[in-house]
Design a protein around this ligand. Structure first.
Ligand code: C5P
Length: 481
């Protein structure tokens, strides 16, 4: 099939085309495609394309003819310009293309001259399904100011690997090749994944450049510590792994959820307690800790600094949460006291009410005298202790009431008896499947002055209950701020 070279069009036509393309926000090649397609539909009676909207094809690969096969970016897709610097980690940037694409990004790759010593434009275009860009003075893309398009026609620019030289050039505002010209001409967020020898990373010049780039609002991921490509060398300088870079990139293009509890400290108890009978036996209950852990995760997601004081459970601590593991009620009380002060304290743990008064120092033996008499004594009530503090009481103290009958009456009585501000009441009778299950139906009792407000929430997952409770807390704190 014949190729069409825009460069060879006469000057008047070229100028017309350039203006029309600029007005429509398209490249000149794309404009030609649209003109040809429209002409076919009108004059030759071709069928209209199936999609209603205009779908502009991606630019063709370097030596792909204008009418060759090409990828179609999806509407609403995030567009990433990936600049690959010249370091041994460039080969990992090829995997990064995949990691970005699987997160829904449309990736256009720019290779510096040095990067082409490690990877080829063919690899980059095959993986990105797009043309790969290499030259500032490339007639086929520069004809319509390609570097400006690459700089602006995207949502994010990722530089991986960002070599010491490339970082120095960005910090100094150089623009002597396509990569640096794009980075200077952009008004989009830049994410750098530095990769270099540890001595280069620690060099005073690089330290200055890193500080300057951060001050200029450039985001960075890595470098990580580890072995270098150079034999026998290790230290900080390895490029972050492609998945890490893709996660950091996604965090920049995805709108971040609001953080209404930023700057607040939240303390949460969760799970059962184990009360020892002797060194091998204990009294326990069926609490899974799921609801308390879900609240801890939701509070951390809302920006709070979270201390989770957990009894023995099978759950992993949520990300960003300081988890203190304890066994007995007395240990839990001590951990809560040392985790104070807090702005909010939520007592979701199923603390054992009693413990064995005289814990056996050795394993109790079966004997002729029959079973040993287990004398029980009361455990400290952690919720009541903290609610009744005269000094350092958290401004909002929330207890849980797990009941099997007369839910609201028992919860109301508990609110008064314990001296807390709110009670989250739930029915834990076996038929509900709440204990150990993933769902919960809760009622929120909120005491203010002499009155108590009651909110009954529908059946939700424990995660949803946690999110709703954290939102309710944030709302209450905003009112009292
Ligand atoms: O077990 P009870 O129904 O009294 O628990 C109500 C609330 O009190 C829960 O929030 C629980 O975490 C808390 N509690 C406590 N220390 C105890 C008993 C219960 O903090 N010893």
């Amino acid at each position: 099939m014949a190729n069409l070279t825009i460069r060879k069009l006469d000057d008047v036509l070229k100028s017309e085309l350039r203006q029309r393309a600029a007005a429509n926000g398209r490249s000149m090649e794309d404009e030609v495609r649209v003109i040809l397609r429209d002409a076919c539909h009108k004059r030759l009676g071709f069928a209209e394309p199936a999609s209603a909207g205009l779908s502009v094809p991606a630019p063709p690969a370097a030596d792909e003819p204008v009418d060759g096969p090409r990828a179609q970016p999806q509407a609403g897709t995030v567009r990433v310009t990936l600049i690959v610097g010249g370091g041994i980690a460039a080969y990992k940037a090829m995997d990064l293309i995949r990691r970005l694409k699987e997160r829904g990004a449309d990736v256009r790759v720019v290779l510096t001259k040095a990067a082409q010593q490690f990877v080829t434009p063919l690899t980059a275009s095959a993986l990105s399904h797009q043309r790969c860009y290499t030259d500032l003075f490339d007639p086929s893309s520069e004809f319509d100011a390609g570097h400006i398009r690459l700089a602006r026609d995207c949502d994010l620019i990722v530089v991986a690997p960002a070599t010491a030289d490339l970082m120095a050039k960005i910090a100094g505002g150089h623009a002597d090749d396509l990569a640096t010209a794009i980075l200077l001409a952009t008004n989009r967020q830049i994410l750098l994944a530095p990769a270099m020898n540890p001595l280069m990373w620690n060099n005073a010049a690089t330290r200055r450049n890193v500080a300057q780039l951060k001050q200029d609002g450039v985001a960075m991921v890595g470098p990580n510590a580890g072995e270098m490509a150079e034999r026998g060398e290790a230290g900080v300088g390895r490029m972050a792994e492609p998945t890490e870079i893709a996660v950091a990139a996604e965090a920049l293009w995805r709108p971040q959820p609001p953080k209404p509890l930023l700057g607040k400290r939240v303390l949460i108890t969760a799970g059962p307690t184990h009360e020892p009978i002797d060194p091998v036996r204990y009294i326990a209950n069926r609490s899974s800790g799921k609801q308390g852990y879900a609240i801890a995760a939701a509070a951390a997601a809302a920006g709070a600094e979270v201390a989770l004081i957990s009894g023995p459970v099978e759950l992993r601590a949520p990300a960003g949460v300081d988890c203190i593991r304890v066994e007995s009620a007395r240990e839990m009380l001590a951990a809560v006291q040392s985790a104070l002060p807090a702005d909010v304290a939520i007592f979701a743990a199923a603390v054992a009410d009693w413990r064995v008064a005289a814990e056996g120092m050795q394993k109790l033996k079966k004997g002729a005298g029959g079973p040993p008499p287990l004398q029980l004594t009361e455990n400290p009530d952690i919720l009541a202790t903290i609610s009744k503090l005269t000094e350092g009481r958290p401004p909002l103290v929330i207890g849980f009431a797990a009941e099997t009958e007369n839910l609201i009456d028992n919860a109301t009585a508990k609110l008064a008896r314990k001296g807390c501000d709110w009670i989250v009441a739930n029915d834990v009778s076996p038929a509900t499947g709440v204990m150990g299950g993933d769902r919960n139906t809760v009622h929120l009792l909120m005491r203010h002055d002499a009155a108590t407000d009651l909110e009954s929430w529908p059946l939700m997952t424990k995660d949803e209950v946690a999110t709703a409770l954290v939102a309710r807390i944030a709302q209450a704190m905003a009112v009292h701020a």
